[in-house]
Design a binder for this molecule. Structure first.
Ligand SMILES: [Zn+2]
Length: 608
């Protein structure tokens, strides 16, 4: 009795454990030299320790340092079985290719760096040590739970020649793609520090308010995170035409002043050749579009058609997940494909209309899945890439009606990965996958199928409520996979930990088969390791049809549906039998192909 009480006591304690997150407010001013691509910065971080622990150290990311020959990222690229084509270059001939890591070839002028010039805490100089892309700092005064401290840094940076995501002079000629460009505090949460070296996987950081001043050549237009505070001092299409434009030029430069409240990142791009379009989304933010005037007329037309699509995208994501909370969003031509950032995205811009909408639909969806629902991308890439792929695929189907088979294709690509025998579970760290191919199919496709298939398990309405409540409960926080599945449980009334475990934490596959019936007795066989509830369609010899549903015992419930519900199937038992009332002509498991059954050939039996 006592033991049981103690056990229950512990359980309720952990369920009520207080959620907390750190707060990192940034004030930065930087001065950019657009001829050397070097910049000088002053940074002041107010760090609030909301954890229950006392901190004696802090860590910063110095992402630019990845772009140096011999860096950990360079070594990773050189040892990857299938490196991203963007980070490689053929220095041989077409007939005799010699592929090299682009980082390994960067000259000192082309490399990236972030150098700490001075670092203090409350005025006291700090001891620090640079280890690749991580700055390890010993605090002069331990930071107690509930207290704030002020960290001041002078730093110098060099923008690397663009290799991956950030950098100068990307392949479309955008001068500056400034992402992960400043010394950035590593995230600290209930799992401790996340001072991951930058090897190519994505990002994770704590929330805070950002105030950023950027001083740059007056010819350059900037677009990115934050609200511009002095539009009539900079112009470039941001000015309020009712007021007088009064550019404040000092030594040929202008200072752009931005504020970005409650974000976990600040990114921007700048170029002297941007065309600037603006569009106010009905019941949504003002959207800015910045793209190169040098694009062909046809490609510029694609961009000019984008504003209309933004209305559809914002309203769909609002309806499916929740309202976009900022007053601004910016689509900037820059980077090396498409990447999501705070209140903006950087995408390559030399695209046909359909491709442009595709990339914008995806990157904008990330404003919800990872930006607002700020899960740890390095640990759980599927949680944002999968969800983003799922929701953007649904809206693209609605907009274009040209991707009807998109989810079918995802099932096929997942099955193909499985057939190669190189699949790794989605708990694998983003930088630890053996193949980029495996990482991509798993995080994006298998991750999207997590939701698509969850709809099969819990039903359409429960899935929609789950997504909306996930946003309600965890926007502006750091949700984890368990948080999501718990919300799905509450919205479906079903137990779902098994689903998260099998689909994400293992490489177990789904494969059900149906045997030929003996008289009217039907026997199904679970060949794969992953159990699922089963939808079964039976056609009788009199040509009438009946839908059956076999709940999985560990779900402790079933979705809303019209089929005849049979008794539970125990997840551990490989076979299941029941007897129909009439003679049988055909038996089909999951005739709508909502399960990622790796072999659908054996899902159907029919009378010869
Ligand atoms: Zn993505």
């Amino acid at each position: 009795m006592n033991k049981i009480l103690l056990f229950l006591g512990l359980l309720s304690f952990s369920a009520n454990a207080q959620y907390w997150q750190q707060k990192t407010d940034y004030k930065m001013s930087i001065d950019m030299d657009v001829t050397t691509y070097q910049y000088k910065g002053n940074q002041e971080i107010t760090y609030k320790n909301n954890s229950p622990e006392t901190l004696t150290k802090v860590y910063y990311h110095l992402y630019n340092n990845a772009f140096q020959p011999g860096s950990a990222m360079d070594v990773k690229i050189q040892n990857m079985k299938d490196p991203d084509h963007r980070v490689m270059v053929n220095v041989g001939t077409e007939e005799a290719p010699v592929n090299k890591s682009r980082i390994s070839l960067l000259t000192p002028e082309e490399q990236g760096y972030l150098k700490v010039i001075s670092l203090t805490q409350g005025g006291k100089a700090l001891d620090y040590h640079v280890e690749g892309t991580i700055l390890e700092v010993e605090l002069a005064k331990p930071l107690k739970s509930g207290r704030k401290t002020r960290l001041k840094m002078k730093f110098e940076g060099q923008v690397p020649l663009q290799v991956r995501r950030s950098g100068r002079n990307n392949k479309e000629g955008v001068a500056l793609s400034m992402t992960q460009w400043y010394p950035k505090l590593a995230a600290y949460d209930d799992e401790g520090w996340h001072a991951n070296p930058y090897l190519g996987a994505e990002f994770y950081a704590d929330w805070g308010d950002y105030e950023i001043d950027i001083t740059i050549d007056k010819a350059y237009t900037i677009g990115g995170s934050g609200y511009l505070q002095n539009p009539n001092e900079v112009g470039h299409g941001y000015e309020d035409s009712a007021k007088k434009l009064k550019q404040k030029v000092v030594d040929g430069k202008i200072t752009w002043e931005f504020k970005a409240p409650n974000v976990h990142d600040f990114s921007w791009a700048a170029d002297a050749d941007y065309k600037h379009l603006k569009h106010k989304v009905a019941n949504g933010p003002e959207v800015h579009f910045l793209y190169k005037k040098s694009l062909s007329e046809a490609k510029k037309e694609s961009w000019e058609k984008l504003p209309k699509v933004m209305d559809e995208l914002f309203s769909f994501y609002k309806e499916q997940v929740g309202a976009y909370p900022y007053k601004q969003y910016t689509v900037v031509q820059g980077g090396d494909g498409g990447m999501e950032y705070a209140m903006c995205t950087l995408i390559t811009g030399d695209r046909e209309y359909r491709s442009l909408v595709g990339v914008v639909a995806h990157e904008l969806a990330h404003s919800w899945f990872q930006f607002l629902l700020a899960s740890n991308e390095t640990k759980h890439a599927w949680l944002d890439e999968g969800f983003t792929t799922y929701i953007s695929t649904v809206i693209e189907n609605l907009l274009f009606n040209d991707e009807k088979d998109a989810f079918k294709k995802m099932y096929a690509s997942y099955a193909k990965l499985v057939s190669y025998g190189i699949e790794q579970p989605l708990t694998t760290h983003g930088d630890a996958f053996d193949y980029n191919y495996g990482y991509g199919v798993s995080s994006y496709n298998k991750g999207a199928l997590f939701l698509h298939q969850l709809e099969y398990v819990i039903g359409k309405e429960a899935l929609k409520n789950t997504l909306r409540n996930y946003f309600k409960e965890f926007s502006f926080k750091h949700p984890k996979p368990e948080d999501f599945i718990r919300i799905a449980e509450k919205n479906s009334g079903m137990e779902l930990d098994w689903y998260l475990n099998f689909w994400i934490e293992t490489t177990a596959t789904i494969d059900y088969e149906v045997f030929a019936p003996l008289t009217n007795t039907i026997t199904l066989h679970r060949k794969g390791k992953m159990p699922m509830p089963i939808e079964l369609t039976i056609t009788y010899t009199d040509d009438s049809q009946e839908e059956f549903y076999i709940p999985l015992d560990i779900m402790r419930g079933e979705k809303k549906q019209k089929a005849t519900v049979l008794r539970d199937w125990s997840w551990i038992k490989p076979t299941y039998s029941f007897t129909a009332t009439k003679s049988i002509k055909k038996i089909e498991i999951d005739k709508n192909h909502r399960m990622a059954d790796v072999n659908v050939e054996n899902n159907v039996w029919s009378q010869k």
